[in-house]
Each structure stands twice: as C-alpha cells, then as structure tokens.
Ligand binder design. Structure first.
Ligand code: NAD
Length: 343
C-alpha cells in the first residue's frame, strides 16, 4: 500500500525533529510532502534542506495530496489548526499537549467524529526505553508487586524558548513535561485515580509553573510521585520503583541504574548496627550481603508498533491507535484537576 502523505506545520525544534529522525525511519510508510512555518527564516532552513514549503496554512489545506497534517506549533494553536485541518478533510497528528484543557479537546473530537477523520496525539514517550523497563518491572514483577513509582525529570536550564514562558500560549512545565510523565504513569498503572495533590514551583518568577511535584494515589492502591524541575543542578533518579521484594532505580535516559532484590535465606542474617551521623542505627543499616542480590535492569522493548507505523496502519488498515483519545483526555482531566488546586 502507498505511503501516507504528510505535511509538517511548524518547522521549529519538534517539527524538524519529526522530519529528521522519525520520518526518515519510516520511509516506506510516511511520505513527507512539505512543511509550513509562519517564520520565513524557518521556511528558508527547510528549503535549504531540500524540502518543499507552502506559502500559507490555507495552501496546505487546499493541497489534495496531503492526507495527514502534523501539527508542531505552540500549544495554544493546536485546537484551531487541528479543527481547520479535520474540516479540510485531513487526518491530524498533533503534538502534545493536544489542547490546553478537556473542553478544547472535546471540540476537536466532535469535529473528528463529524468528518470521520482521525485525530492522533503524539505521546511519543510511551516508547522511551527507560519507561519500557519500568513497564516490564510492573508487568513481569522480577522484584515482586510494584506499589510505589517515582518518575522525575530534572533540568537546570530554566524554561527554554519564548512561548513556553507565557500562559496564553499554554506554557509551563506541567503542560510541557508533566503531560509526558502523566501519560506514561496513567497508561502504565491503568487504574482510576483516587487522589491527587500537587505543589507548583515558581522559582524563576515566570507567570507559568517552572516545575511541580505531585502525589497520586490510584484506586488499585499504587502510589506515584511525578515531579518536574527546571532548577535542579543535582539530579534525582529518572525513576525509583519500590516493589514487595526489591527496589529499582533508573538514573537517566542512558539507562544506568540497578535493581536490588531480597533473597529468601534459611538462616536469617540480621543487619549489624552502624554509626549514622552522631547516632547508631540498625533500621537504616545496609542489609547483610547474603540477604540481597543486585541485578542488572531488564532489557525491555515495546511489544507494540512504533508511533508512525501505528499511524500508518490506523489510516490505511483502520487499526486501533496506540495512543487513544480517551487516554489523552484522562491525562488532560488530571492536569485540569491539578491546576484547580492552585486557585
Ligand atoms: P518551537 O518554538 O521550537 O517551534 C514552533 C514553530 O512553530 C516555530 O518555528 C514557529 O515559527 C512555528 N509557528 C508558530 N505559529 C505558527 C503558525 N501559525 N503557523 C505555522 N507555524 C507556526 O517549539 P517546539 O519546541 O518545536 O514545540 C512545538 C510543539 O511540539 C509544542 O506543542 C510542544 O509541546 C511539542 N513538543 C513535543 C515534544 C515531544 O517529545 N513530543 C518535544 C518538544 C516539543
């Protein structure tokens, strides 16, 4: 079957990433017809790379060859551009966050339903290798049943760029990185949320949050801490996972880390008290050597199709998208609930 004809709208950081890394790996399934950016300098960069450019968004929508419009513009433009593309008879792949709230999201879904065109959100971090390891720990239980998951990203560069600093463009870290981490967590745990508490940070003095820490309790009893920081000069681990028989830590996207599992021994060896600061402790002493084993983190890969291949099959073969709109909506609803706690 023929490759699906794509256009990229917004040839900034993420638009060019789509073009460079993703499209080129799915050449038989995705055909990039051209790009459009409102900035002439970005159009020139695209042309210099041999890409075709359009003069306007309207010209894109009028091009009968285009089947999928990939929206990679600032967050506040996702809704209007997605709706215009759907109405013009195109399918839409939209960057995260799909919209700024559930109301906007429902407006898009209503148009998608009316027109019969697909709307798919690029929640690409469901394919992150570090996430896939945690998913394997959760599902295969090599350290027992997981009961607490901590997921963090820590940067020290503040909020990058221009529009991410402004509320009207949907800036702030909850909508930027938070949406990725929450999408991963909700997809992984797959249980309704019983309670959420959030604390936003405004260290940089912007009108939008530069980070947050959230505590989520799921109805199945699992607890999660999800945290984003942009002023952390010393990083905490990307993941810290506690299970009934062990603990796992993944330090970073380089997948360094370890997994320590308790060993059932017949002669139970008690830990010896250690000097701790100016006191003594047995509780916090390291476990005796024969009580635990240190294991490498499991190797994990996605048993599901890649994002772009899935989009191709959704369009050509009508398969179910991996990123479902009900899931995207649940994450947006949780984010709304978090923002409400600020008011
Ligand atoms: P960016 O500022 O680098 O790029 C945005 C581009 O959109 C700019 O080149 C700008 O000129 C262009 N633009 C603005 N208004 C436009 C319009 N009306 N028509 C056409 N072009 C227009 O921002 P970015 O970092 O590339 O982010 C873009 C989107 O991608 C955001 O929604 C962001 O959340 C998302 N994103 C996703 C990931 C991911 O991993 N999924 C990573 C980064 C960014």
């Amino acid at each position: 079957m023929a490759a699906v004809n794509f256009v990229i709208i917004g040839y900034g950081g993420m638009g060019s990433y789509h073009e460079k890394n993703l499209m080129s790996s799915e050449k038989e399934k995705i055909n990039l017809v051209g790009v459009y950016d409102i900035l002439e300098e970005r159009q020139e960069v695209a042309r210099a790379k041999g890409l075709s450019t359009y003069e306007s968004f309207e010209e894109v929508l009028a091009d009968k060859r285009i089947e999928v419009v990939l929206i990679a513009v600032p967050n506040d433009l996702h809704k209007s551009m997605s709706i215009a593309a759907l109405k013009a008879g195109k399918h839409v792949v939209c960057e995260k966050p799909a919209t700024l709230n559930t109301e906007e999201f429902d407006e898009i879904l209503a148009v998608a339903a009316d027109t019969g065109n697909r709307f798919i959100v690029h929640q690409n971090r469901r394919w992150d290798p570090d996430f896939l390891i945690v998913r394997d720990l959760y599902q295969s239980q090599p350290i027992g049943s997981v009961f607490q998951i901590e997921s963090r990203v820590n940067g020290a560069n503040g909020i990058p760029g221009d529009w991410r600093h402004l509320k009207k463009h949907g800036g702030g870290m909850l909508l930027d990185w938070g949406i990725h981490l929450l999408d991963q967590m909700l997809w992984l745990v797959d249980s309704p949320i019983k309670d959420v508490q959030v604390d936003f940070s405004y260290v940089l003095g912007d009108e939008v949050d530069d980070g947050f820490i959230s505590f989520i309790t799921f109805e199945n009893g699992i607890k999660a801490i999800v945290e984003v920081g942009t002023t952390n000069y010393v990083k905490l681990p990307r993941w810290y996972v506690k299970a009934t028989e062990g603990t796992a830590r993944i330090d970073d996207w380089d997948l360094s880390g370890e997994m320590v599992r308790a060993i059932q021994t017949s002669n139970e060896t008690m830990p010896q008290p250690i000097q701790a600061g100016v006191g003594l402790t047995k509780t916090m002493a390291p476990p005796s050597e024969d009580a635990t084993e240190t294991l490498s983190l499991p190797k994990a890969s996605a048993e599901y199709d890649s994002f772009y291949s899935n989009v191709y099959h959704v369009i050509r073969d009508d398969v179910t998208p991996i990123v479902k709109n009900t899931e995207v909506r649940n994450v947006l609803q949780l984010i709304e609930q978090m923002f409400e706690q600020e008011e």
